[in-house]
Write a protein that binds this ligand. Structure first.
Ligand code: C6P
Length: 411
């Protein structure tokens, strides 16, 4: 096996123009990467180049620019597919994870589920992996069940026998929790769900920026991701699905580009993945996301993972050692990626975030679109520091000093 590459934080920081821009007169400490990550020069340039030299609509015009745009768009699909170990025709462009999950719910869910069928979710899910299934359940009569968390905010695999039944048609589970950083044991979950005859949808929004993903090796049926969390543009994401599922599923949206022939009463569909891509797509977004994937490949996801692991472990250790601070999620750093969420006895998360902001530190405070996680933890909100490979131990030190300042202010 090749040795893990090492990551030079100073070198990668120089690739991100916004990181060297002072905020409110002080150096920026950006710890809100789970909400959206910053963009390297490579991505900014790729989008700029596309609009300056390649833009027209795709799969339509028989002219030079139409050819250039189509080539750039389909080449981007192939590069993003390679980044996640997929075949290009299994990669459907979406606006992001939310739309990817809604696509599966609206196409596969509405078409395949009946009264009494069960959809297994977990209490760790982002609302994007709960609400679409509630909508499907209301329309089909399917029932929602939940796999619970234990007191370290890890999924309770011991409950699987109870909640996976012969009526379970789908397990929809996050790879990494956006509110806790918990990395879920997907191999065991997928094996159990498949043994019960259920398909598995993985919400990969918070995993792809932090670790190498190979969708074929993972063995799930659907995998959803957002470009903007992995250093690409906003408004672009991917639904990966096994090819035969994409072939079987009816279209999600109707319109231009997704058809083969349109007659007065009915139409036939284009081949996958185009069957799911109605209307003019986010071409520049696709181009930018491919540039982000190339950039990450050059740095090496093994290097990203190893480097971040140390920074996140350090942040967890410093914060959990502070008096009056409660940190959520797994204690074992091997089961955590990207996130350290905490509350303080003295101050509300919004107050923590406000004080940190006054010191140039950006975190997120609130329920993080994961209200079932908050319910489990018995709080209304947490303060969440979320990391990328450009964050440093020195930034963790600044975070910890700022949290000390919060205590002094509110004690
Ligand atoms: N979480 C956060 O601050 P979109 O908005 O479609 O790109 O991603 C939705 C989504 C789905 N699943 C998970 C696990 C997520 O973390 C997110 C987005 C952001 O945690 C914004 S709420």
């Amino acid at each position: 096996m090749p040795a893990t590459r090492t990551l030079d934080p100073a070198a990668v920081r120089a690739d991100f123009p916004i990181l060297s821009e002072p905020v409110g007169g002080q150096p920026l400490v950006y710890l809100d990467n789970a909400a959206s990550a910053q963009k390297p020069e490579r991505v900014i340039r790729a989008v700029d180049h596309y609009y300056r030299h390649q833009h027209a609509n795709v799969h339509r015009g028989i002219h030079e620019l139409g050819r250039r745009a189509t080539e750039a768009y389909e080449d981007a699909r192939a590069r993003v597919a390679a980044f996640i170990g997929a075949d290009p025709d299994e990669v459907v462009w979406t606006r992001g994870t939310t739309e990817a999950i809604n696509l599966v719910a609206g196409a596969w869910g509405i078409d395949s589920l009946d009264e009494g069928d069960e959809i297994l979710l977990t209490t760790m899910e982002h609302h994007s992996n709960i609400v679409p299934w509630q909508l499907v359940a209301a329309r089909t009569g399917a029932r929602l069940r939940y796999l619970e968390m234990d007191d370290e905010e890890c999924l309770r695999l011991d409950m699987l026998d109870e909640v996976l039944t012969d009526r379970t048609r789908l397990l929809a589970v996050t790879h990494v929790s956006n509110a806790l950083g918990t990395v879920n044991p997907l191999a065991a979950l997928i094996e159990a769900a498949h043994a019960a005859g259920a398909l598995v949808l993985v919400d990969g929004a918070q995993a792809v920026p932090h670790m190498q993903i190979d969708v074929h090796a993972l063995g799930a049926d659907f995998y959803a991701l957002s470009g903007h969390k992995m250093f690409g543009p906003t408004g672009i994401g991917v639904l990966w699905a096994r090819r035969e599922l994409l072939e079987e599923m009816p279209p999600y949206h109707g319109g231009g580009e997704m058809i083969r022939v349109v007659r007065r009463e009915s139409s036939t569909w284009a081949d996958v993945p185009h069957k799911f891509e109605a209307g003019t797509p986010n071409i520049a977004g696709a181009v930018g996301l491919a540039a982000a994937c190339d950039y990450l490949t050059e740095i090496g996801m093994d290097a990203v993972q190893a480097y971040e692991h140390e920074v996140v472990r350090y942040a967890y250790e410093c914060l959990s050692a502070m008096e009056g601070v409660r940190v959520y999620g797994p204690r074992d750093p091997a089961n955590r990626a990207g996130v350290v969420a905490f509350t303080m006895d003295e101050a509300h998360p919004h107050d923590i975030s406000t004080v940190l902001d006054s010191r140039g530190i950006a975190i997120r405070a609130g329920h993080h679109c994961a209200q079932l996680v908050m319910e489990h933890c018995g709080v209304a909100a947490t303060a969440r520091a979320s990391f990328a490979f450009y964050n440093t131990r020195e930034e963790v030190d600044r975070l910890v000093q700022a949290v000390e300042a919060v205590r002094r202010i509110f004690a």
